[in-house]
Design a protein around this ligand. Structure first.
Ligand SMILES: Cc1ncc(COP(=O)(O)O)c(C=O)c1O
Length: 404
């Protein structure tokens, strides 16, 4: 008799042994992936219903994106911004046009793009709005998630993200998410920006009340304040539109983008805004060695081309309706509430039954990967290339998990 040796336990132990414990991953060791599916080191297949927190909107190894990356790998991959390369303008122009903005500033990670937006808003405040030096204020929402830098965690309301990392960067005012009166009351002559996620992802896929984002837009217009939309997780097709803020017919002054912009291949982030805003930066004031590198631009330009077809947004809206109908049907059968738009859902599991973590562990045992957040919530965000059969399969697995 032959004994089968599983590679997963050893790989998990090695990862645990050699890394800082800043994550608590599910016990799955991925070796390969394609489309909406991943395969682990022991050959087990899983449907990926997290999609790299929306970094894999186009699925794993989308052929067009892989081809763009391969072609660029054979030409030039890095120049730094000390020189211009031949992929730079095409990517920046494509992204600016997708956003309907004059200019783009490419960076790498989401947190860097958020930092960029904060710096630009502050400089705009001093040089354009006329705020006194060092007095700029930015209004943000409670339960926000914008990244992990020291400045960004300074205005987090999540003790886990923030505690022990002070002293904190001043200049931020926190208001309850979705509370327009609170935003109005927080605005002072020193307010330079309102920075918010159009749908709060990490908080549990929280959709603000109808009219909130339009109301913020109006307040920003009346008070000469920039509206900054962090669409890093909500944007680029995830909710059934290119940007989640479009659902309210709102155009922000600055888009902050990341995750899916890199096609699941390279980290690519950016801010997009008009000349009167992004034009405040001068050489030497901001930058990044890898920001806007040739490989990133080649992949990013292909991402923009995919989005320009509208195909992924349409899929997300159509399949999202199916996902949400399936999830609504589970309310009262182990699910307490469902939120979200398009192929993006926050699902509150009845805490009497199990925690979100336990639900995700049991889903993984049944071949579906998802991630919990805040106790009893799980997030579902499959790649936008997921099929109807895959969706139905994942919903059936969730139902089975809840039935115990
Ligand atoms: C809305 C939002 N902003 C910013 C970030 C930070 O992006 P990154 O992890 O690439 O720094 C995230 C990541 O989850 C996010 O969801």
């Amino acid at each position: 008799m032959t004994t089968v040796e599983f590679r997963t336990p050893g790989a998990l132990a090695d990862a645990e042994r050699w890394t800082a414990h800043n994550y608590h991953p599910l016990p799955v060791v991925v070796a390969e992936a394609e489309g909406a599916w991943v395969t682990d080191v022991d050959g087990r297949r899983y449907l990926d219903f997290l999609a790299g927190y929306s970094a894999l909107n186009f699925g794993h190894r989308h052929p067009g994106l892989i081809a763009a990356a391969h072609a660029q790998l054979d030409r030039v991959t890095l120049t730094s911004r000390a020189f211009v390369h031949d992929q730079f303008a095409a990517f920046c122009r494509g992204l600016a046009e997708l956003c309907g903005k004059d200019l783009v500033l490419p960076m790498n990670t989401g947190a860097e793009a958020v930092e960029t937006a904060i710096k630009v808003a502050r400089k705009w405040g001093y040089r354009v709005k006329g705020v006194a030096d060092e007095r700029a204020e930015i209004i943000v929402a409670a339960n926000n998630f914008h990244g992990r830098t020291t400045t960004i965690v300074s205005f987090s309301t999540d003790p886990e993200a923030r505690a022990d990392f002070g002293p904190y960067t001043p200049g931020f005012v926190v208001v309850p998410y979705g509370d327009l009166d609170a935003v109005r009351a927080a605005i002072t002559p020193n307010t330079v920006a309102v920075l918010m996620e159009p749908i709060q992802g990490e908080a549990g896929v929280l959709v603000p009340p109808a009219g909130f984002l339009a109301g913020v837009r109006e307040l920003c217009d009346t008070n000469n304040v920039l509206m900054i939309a962090d669409e890093i997780q909500s944007g680029l097709g995830r909710t059934g539109k290119t940007f989640a803020i479009e659902h309210e017919g709102v155009v922000p002054d600055m888009y902050v983008l990341g995750k899916a912009l890199g096609g699941g291949i390279v980290p690519v982030s950016a801010v997009a805004a008009n000349q009167d805003v992004l034009g405040v930066l001068r050489p030497g004031e901001h930058g990044s060695t890898f920001g806007g590198n040739p490989l990133a631009c080649a992949v990013g330009a292909e991402v923009v081309r995919l989005l320009a077809t509208g195909e992924f947004q349409e899929r997300s809206a159509r399949l999202g309706a199916r996902l949400h109908a399936g999830l609504e049907a589970l309310i009262g059968r182990g699910v307490v509430a469902v939120r979200g738009r398009g192929l993006w859902a926050g699902v509150d599991i009845d805490p009497v039954l199990m925690t979100g973590r336990q639900a995700c562990e049991r889903l993984a045992e049944r071949g579906v990967l998802a991630k919990d957040t805040h106790g009893s919530t799980i997030r579902l965000a499959p790649p936008l290339v997921v099929t109807e059969e895959d969706l139905d399969h994942a919903l059936a697995q969730l139902a089975a998990v809840l039935e115990g």
